[in-house]
Design a binder for this molecule. Structure first.
Ligand SMILES: Cc1cc2nc3c(=O)[nH]c(=O)nc-3n(C[C@H](O)[C@H](O)[C@H](O)COP(=O)(O)OP(=O)(O)OC[C@H]3O[C@@H](n4cnc5c(N)ncnc54)[C@H](O)[C@@H]3O)c2cc1C
Length: 509
């Protein structure tokens, strides 16, 4: 990297950047987070961002395109599977929780430094709750509680099966429910609802004010590596049709569902064998104040048979623009688009000779998922409302509207002669460290900071020693296993609770 600032040719009101140190593709939470980290570590590096839509955070990072759960494995049962011997595997839960601690710290740093505004505009305290019906599932929650309760990351988690206590905590879910049914909860007071759209916009505002060039209505069409290892990126202004070639020393493909195509076009060997399987989603949403005020929690149930882990039904308190609402879902579905504003040819265009067998292998081995998606697709509105009534039997479905969420492109990875379908997020970077991208959807935005730190570690190994003090300044637990340093964990938790104002009573409309 040079320490030069970007050379910008101004052409009327449309700047044609011909060189940049860092080029970010996409204006979602991932690019915004990476941009903010880089700006902090190397203030003199030039940064240019290209987003195909007219505004940032209009795909998966938009608050109504995702569920806004600050995923820290407090309530999502897919992170705590039961082993055949009945014990609970908590390894994934520990990993996700530690990743979320980094996000909390980075956001707290942002508030302290003033590049993030009032935390109430992007994060709110909402208890995270796992919900079980019937003796067998209640026994699983009891075992899950026992496996987590002594772990400092899950401090304060409760197992509750007393019906009066449940009714007090979850009045909307308890009204109209038979007393005979066995119910149980794992309750964590320290959960959060996060507006990733607001967070993205604030991070990008900060980037813009710090000198980064932010280009909306600009689509990255192609990219090619030059003999000096830099990249030539072809960008199209979608309003004028004008094309620009941008020379970049480092490219981050934060294009969400569009990342697979662009990484394939880059020709880097690391993307060979990867494919994508798009899953669409819908939620039921209400802003009815009586309903919204009757439920203050994110309550996750158990996934139906064959359901992908991210399709676990949940009834969520949402706080967007200071307004309370409830969201239930997701109802999974199928669309070949890789982006909500994508193209019907996205899936077929992603099939290459190098990923054909991975994709065919997944197709043949994913019958329960296919059956599940078909069943979900065929559901009528009243059947969707029925699923909601299992959570809250007294609700009137007419109070809810059906909204379409963002697309999730699940990662297909080569596995021998076949392929496996993965439900997490993964970063793919070229061995020379000049390009990286992010694939997959879950736990997604909540772990954006850990994912982008991963990109920095993979692509800039020779800078890490120099960056370390700044990284620790931004994320005090960087490089530390918080389970081994419980004093640091509780100090940081107290600090971020206070800075993010998560322990305050809040007045919401
Ligand atoms: C239904 C659903 C529920 C979810 N729930 C949660 C949750 O509760 N908690 C959580 O943490 N995460 C959740 N996620 C995941 C989370 O939303 C994503 O992981 C995260 O928003 C991805 O951010 P991103 O920046 O990679 O992608 P995006 O936000 O999709 O941004 C990518 C951007 O790139 C742009 N782009 C694409 N191609 C190009 C191109 N060629 N040129 C220029 N720009 C381009 C797009 O227009 C888009 O703006 C959920 C996702 C979905 C779909």
């Amino acid at each position: 990297m040079t320490d030069s600032s970007s050379l910008v040719i101004r052409n009327g009101s449309s700047p044609a950047v011909v060189h940049t140190d860092v080029l970010l593709v996409g204006g979602g939470i991932m690019s915004a987070t990476l941009g903010a980290l880089v700006k902090n570590l190397e203030p003199s590096w030039s940064i240019s961002l290209f987003e195909r839509l007219a505004e940032p955070a209009k795909e998966s990072s938009d608050p109504w395109n995702n569920a806004g759960t600050g995923h820290s494995a407090l309530c999502e049962l897919n992170y705590t599977p039961q082993r055949p011997d009945g014990t609970i595997d908590v390894s994934k839960a520990i990993k996700v929780n530690q990743q979320f601690q980094l996000s909390r710290q980075f956001w707290s740093h942002g508030v302290t430094q003033g590049f993030l505004g009032d935390p109430r505009t992007f994060i709110n305290a909402v208890p995270h709750v796992s919900f079980a019906r019937g003796e067998a599932d209640a026994a699983y929650l009891k075992a899950r509680h026992e496996a987590l309760v002594d772990n400092p990351l899950f401090e304060g988690i409760q197992y509750i099966d007393d019906r009066d206590d449940i009714a007090r905590r979850l009045p909307l879910m308890s009204a109209g429910r038979s007393d005979d049914e066995k119910l149980a909860l794992n309750w964590s007071e320290g959960g959060t609802d996060v507006d990733f759209g607001s967070l993205t916009r604030q991070l990008l505002d900060h980037l813009g004010q710090s000198g980064a060039e932010l280009h909306y209505n600009h689509e990255v069409r192609n990219l090619k590596q030059n003999s000096d290892s830099t990249w030539t990126v072809l960008v199209k202004d979608t309003t004028t049709g004008k094309k620009t070639r941008v020379n970049a020393r480092f490219v981050f493909v934060g294009a969400g569902g569009g990342a697979l195509h662009l990484l394939q076009k880059s020709g880097i060997p690391e993307i060979r064998g990867f494919g994508g399987f798009p899953v669409s989603g819908q939620f039921l949403k209400t802003t009815n104040p009586d309903l919204a005020k009757g439920h203050h929690a994110k309550v996750y149930g158990k996934p139906p048979v064959g359901a992908p882990p991210m399709s676990v039904p949940h009834l969520d308190t949402r706080v967007v623009n200071g307004q309370l609402s409830l969201m239930f879902g997701p109802y999974a579905g199928f669309s070949p688009r890789f982006l909500k504003a994508g193209n019907l040819t996205d899936l077929p265009r992603s099939i290459r000779p190098n990923n054909l067998f991975s994709m065919l292998g997944v197709g043949m081995n994913s019958m329960p998922l296919t059956v599940y998606l078909i069943k979900e697709l065929l559901k009528s509105r009243s059947q969707r409302v029925e699923s909601l009534l299992e959570f809250a039997p007294s609700i009137d479905g007419d109070d809810f509207e059906l909204i379409t969420a963002g697309q999730r492109v699940q990662t297909i990875r080569r596995n021998g002669a076949s392929g496996t379908l993965e439900f997490g997020t993964c970063t793919v970077s070229h061995s020379d460290g000049t390009i990286a991208g992010l694939l997959g959807a879950s736990p997604g935005a909540s772990t954006a900071v850990a994912a982008m730190v991963d990109v920095l570690e993979s692509c800039f190994p020779d800078r890490l020693a120099a960056w370390r003090p700044r990284l620790v300044d931004m994320m005090p637990s960087y490089g530390t296993d918080l389970m081994q340093d419980t004093t640091l964990l509780s100090d940081l938790r107290r600090w971020s609770d206070k800075t993010l104002r998560l322990t305050e009573e809040r007045e919401l409309s």
